[in-house]
Design a protein around this ligand. Structure first.
Ligand SMILES: Nc1ncnc2c1ncn2[C@@H]1O[C@H](COP(=O)(O)OP(=O)(O)OP(=O)(O)O)[C@@H](O)[C@H]1O
Length: 575
């Protein structure tokens, strides 16, 4: 997303919280006013002291206390209101981006590393603070302070005031140059941070794999390389920032020295009082900071823009068509699913070629074939996760991937790898149907044979599972996944049968549970067990992205050599 896009995205937030912005602006303007009053205070007090007016000095010291209290109040509330406002907007942006992310097509997650997505959704939004608060205000505050101060200083000594203004534009040019370089470097630095997060993520999720394949050294090297890369950009960024700060402060010091020197001359000549010189020097920063400060603001804005570009790139991704408003929700399946001349490829390699398949209501269809033959892809196309490049997938009389309707309520999908969310055992089942009652959850747990082992967990149904919770065995996870499916009472069941070897009792229980789940449903099973295959109404044999044959077990075993050989290997593999 470019700068225009970022501003366009942020405007509604700024409009929504205009009152907070206005209040901070008023407080900042009061702060500028207070600076002037403080300069006047210094001038009057010093001149009174030089003139030996003790009474005036005492009076001024009292008013100094009032000034300090006012300064404290203005400072405190400016910072608090600004910080609260920025944090609130960042919170809302994070929620908006996450909600958008949840609606993206599966291909987005395929294309991007998890660490990168996490970095965009969190770190990069945090990096946007500059354009949501402080830097925006400073963009107004600095010129306002400069204008007001210039008018006041001109009344003290206009020659000196104009001279001090000369060095300003130099600082602006410097800031513009440094800002551009710093923005570019900042983007690279944020990308490097995302690389670090990806590597950590891979190490956490693949920890047991990493340990068993002795990959510690490899990951250590990979991590060191990503850290080195981030360090490179951090150092580069620090050097540019240091060069910028040094240049800015040199310009600031030069301005101070020139004005002090000239001011001292005016005092010696008698055209300026000592108090006026002190007031002048105390306000000088207000005159020069707009230039040096604006450059700093500019570089900060560049950094925040770089973070915004990365974070809001998620927003430029098109959501999956099923989330476009006004889709009809389909809850009834009345006759048939048909795949007509389907072709599909993930990248350039064709994964599915010329698929034609019909599944009638109430049928149990087993999809079999060697690994990588396209079984899961076929199912993912039916679930609308990807769209075919050619051909049509129809449910009853409507094309699924035209997305005029949302077909998801028709399906229950039990994947091969049953995922546990970091939540209680009860809620893990409830993900199958969020509006189910405790009784329904218990029934589903009993039907899936989950109840027995859940009761034995430390806190029963309230035991935390998943990440940083209790771990379950492969079979227990499958039972939880089946319990979810029992809760979602749908007409079409899609099962990716687990290949992991289960103990005999678990295997029997899961088979029994699946049988019960299938009652009254149209079922598509990516089958790996001989019993499942033999009992199916129709077996679809896949190889290298094509359907090589389909029919009953009896038909295929006597007519299709490929199936015969495949079946043989399955039988020998399971004995
Ligand atoms: N998200 C993806 N991006 C790119 N290629 C993919 C993706 N998913 C699968 N593939 C490729 O598509 C081909 C078919 O994969 P698919 O998972 O459909 O096969 P499968 O028959 O279900 O295999 P298995 O029995 O091992 O699960 C494989 O070559 C695989 O590498």
């Amino acid at each position: 997303m470019d700068s225009k896009g970022i501003i366009h995205y942020l405007l509604p937030y700024i409009k929504k919280y205009w009152a907070a912005y206005f209040l901070v602006f008023l407080l900042l303007a009061s702060g500028v006013g207070l600076d002037l009053v403080f300069a006047m205070f210094l001038k009057t007090t010093t001149d009174a002291a030089v003139n030996g007016d003790l009474q005036k000095v005492q009076l001024m010291l009292l008013s100094g206390i009032v000034l300090m209290i006012c300064g404290f109040i203005i400072n405190y509330f400016t910072k608090v209101i600004n910080a609260k406002n920025v944090d609130r907007i960042k919170k809302e942006i994070k929620i908006d981006l996450f909600n958008h992310f949840l609606r993206l097509p599966l291909s987005y997650v395929d294309r991007n590393r998890s660490g990168d997505i996490i970095a965009r959704l969190n770190n990069d939004v945090n990096g946007m603070s500059g354009i949501l608060g402080n830097d925006i205000f400073n963009l107004f505050r600095h010129p306002l302070a400069a204008a007001v101060t210039f008018v006041y200083l001109s009344t003290i000594n206009w020659v000196l005031a104009i001279l001090c203004l000369f060095l300003g534009p130099l600082a602006v040019v410097t800031g513009y140059f440094f800002g551009k370089v710093i923005r570019k470097n900042s983007k690279k630095q944020q990308e490097a941070v995302a690389d670090i997060q990806s590597t950590i993520n891979d190490s956490i999720f693949g920890f047991s794999l990493l340990r068993s394949f002795q990959l510690e050294q490899h990951f250590s090297k990979k991590y060191t390389a990503t850290i080195d890369n981030a360090y490179h950009y951090e150092v580069k960024g620090a050097k540019w920032s240091a060069a910028f700060n040094a240049t800015s402060s040199t310009i600031g010091s030069a301005t101070s020295m020139i004005s002090l020197g000239l001011g001292a001359l005016f005092v010696v000549k008698g055209s300026m009082t000592v108090g006026e010189l002190i007031a002048f020097v105390s306000l000088l920063s207000n005159l020069t900071t707009p230039f040096t400060g604006l450059s700093a603001v500019w570089t900060n804005i560049q950094k925040a823009m770089a973070a915004g570009e990365r974070a809001l790139e998620i927003k430029s991704e098109q959501v999956h068509p099923v989330f476009i408003q006004g889709r009809r929700v389909i809850e009834n399946f009345t006759s048939m699913i048909s795949f007509q001349d389907i072709n599909f490829s993930y990248n350039d390699v064709e994964t599915l070629k010329g698929i034609n398949l019909e599944i009638n209501i109430g049928e149990t269809v087993a999809i079999v074939g060697p690994s990588g033959s396209g079984k899961s892809t076929l199912v993912k196309l039916l679930l609308g996760m990807y769209s075919p490049h050619n051909g049509k997938i129809m449910i009853d009389n409507e094309v699924v991937h035209h997305f005029q309707s949302d077909f998801r309520p028709l399906f229950s999908y039990v994947p091969q790898e049953s995922l546990l969310f970091s939540d209680s055992a009860k809620n893990n089942i409830k993900y199958g149907n969020l509006i189910s009652s405790d009784d329904e959850i218990l029934t589903a747990a009993k039907l899936s044979y989950s109840d027995q082992f859940i009761q034995l967990l430390e806190d029963g149904y309230d035991t935390k599972l998943g990440e940083r919770g209790t771990s379950l065995s492969g079979g227990q996870r499958q039972k939880i996944a089946l319990a979810r499916a029992f809760l979602k009472d749908v007409p079409i069941l899609i099962l990716d049968e687990a290949t992991s070897s289960l103990d005999y009792v678990s295997e029997l229980q899961i088979r029994q549970s699946v049988q019960e789940l299938m009652v009254g449903k149209t079922t598509i099973i990516i089958a790996h067990r001989v019993e499942t295959i033999k009992n199916a109404d129709k077996i679809v044999v896949m190889n290298e992205g094509t359907i090589v044959d389909q029919g009953t077990h009896e038909h295929l075993i006597s007519n299709n050599l490929f199936y015969q050989q495949f079946y043989e290997t399955m039988v020998t593999g399971q004995t």
